[in-house]
Write a protein that binds this ligand. Structure first.
Ligand code: SF4
Length: 361
């Protein structure tokens, strides 16, 4: 790609690309609020600026190559990048739009977008399809930003819609920390999409040293830990990264992480049948979380073809939750949104590579 990607730049950087400085604000407005994808249409920029931008920069560097729509309103996207690699992002509809009797809107639908941070992943979790393809490369900040922008455009979402972002798609976001931090900043630009860092959550497999680094950056972002197991032996089997960063080191890093008083650190716990769904695990989890402003999210394992793990029984997940609640730990069971479209990360990409699944172009 000879042209540079304009979504890769923060407002400060754009001020060095267009002049005078207020042109950067206008450019951001065209890109993220009006969502114009052609520099020539940016009418209040001088002609020579538009030509300079067109000659040197591209706006969209990826293409939506497939899209699956779930019965619950979630939409899973597969993007083809400029070098033909593919990544996924999912628009999760957390609440549908509610209408008044007269047809007017009572509440607009609430969305969370799950974005990818890398092509592939180095972490190698045993339950993850992305891991099977290995690691290919980091995404640039612009490629992370573009997933959201494309989803806004595809769904005609207005710029002032309250959308939450979770960095929980393909890849380990803290393994691509600088680009992640830049994307957080670009998303939060007031003249752009204005998605506050408080509405952005980075979900990590627990790279403790990088959690400390993220804490020092003081981005104001929320933290989620993919814990999934309460003892090192099992966690090591599920997540080999645990050899380098064991549970104790993760918990120490979490205790050092600055958490907004009104917020909590989210612990993701993928419940797998007969692996980690027992009461003894629930008890250990309560002990581990002692002294942490925590919230636990229990997620049903979403089996894929040939997966070695199975979906847990509903009653076991409920018992697990009840125990945590009885000990004062906030615990939710995450609905398996997009279950019918295989929403677990890596599944759409894998289906595309192997030529299975149904596509809507
Ligand atoms: S679950 Fe996340 S961290 Fe683990 S291998 Fe998959 S993409 Fe990487």
């Amino acid at each position: 790609m000879s042209k540079k990607h304009i979504l890769n730049y923060t407002k400060d950087e754009l001020e060095n690309i267009v002049s005078p400085k207020f042109r950067a604000k206008q450019l951001i407005n065209w890109l993220y609020q009006k969502k114009v994808t052609n520099f020539g249409d940016m009418k209040n920029l001088p002609k020579d600026t538009r030509e300079m931008l067109d000659k040197n920069f591209t706006i969209l560097s990826s293409k939506i190559v497939s899209k699956q729509i779930s019965s619950d309103g979630s939409i899973k996207y597969l993007f083809k990048l400029h070098d033909n690699h593919t990544v996924e992002a999912v628009l999760l509809q957390m609440k549908p739009t509610i209408y008044n009797e007269d047809g007017s809107i009572k509440h607009l639908a609430k969305y969370t977008v799950c974005v990818s941070s890398q092509v592939g992943c180095k972490v190698g979790c045993a339950f993850c399809l992305t891991a099977k393809g290995g690691f290919i490369r980091d995404l640039s900040a612009g490629e992370i930003v573009e997933q959201i922008l494309q989803i806004y455009i595809d769904n005609n979402l207005e710029s002032n819609r309250r959308v939450n972002i979770v960095y929980m798609g393909m890849g380990e976001p803290l393994d691509n920390l600088d680009n992640l931090a830049k994307a957080v900043k670009i998303f939060s630009e007031l003249d752009g999409l204005s998605i506050s860092p408080h509405r952005q959550t980075v979900s990590t497999s627990g790279l403790s040293s990088k959690i400390d680094k993220l804490a020092k950056m003081d981005l104001g972002i929320n933290l989620a830990i993919s814990l999934h197991a309460v003892d090192d032996d099992l966690r090591q089997k599920l997540m080999p990264i645990n050899k380098a960063y064991n549970i104790a080191s993760i918990m120490d890093a979490v205790r050092r992480f600055p958490v907004n008083l009104r917020k909590k650190v989210m612990f993701e716990y993928l419940v797998i049948k007969d692996v980690n769904d027992d009461l003894a695990s629930a008890k250990k989890l309560v002990k581990l979380l002692n002294g942490i402003q925590a919230k636990v999210n229990l997620i049903f394992f979403n089996p894929y073809e040939d997966s070695q793990f199975q979906r847990p029984r509903v009653e076991d997940v409920k018992k697990f939750q009840e125990y945590l609640l009885s000990k004062g730990v906030i615990c939710t069971i995450r609905e398996s949104k997009g279950l019918d479209i295989s929403a677990a990360c890596g599944q759409l990409r894998e289906q595309n590579i192997n030529g299975v699944g149904q596509w809507q172009f």
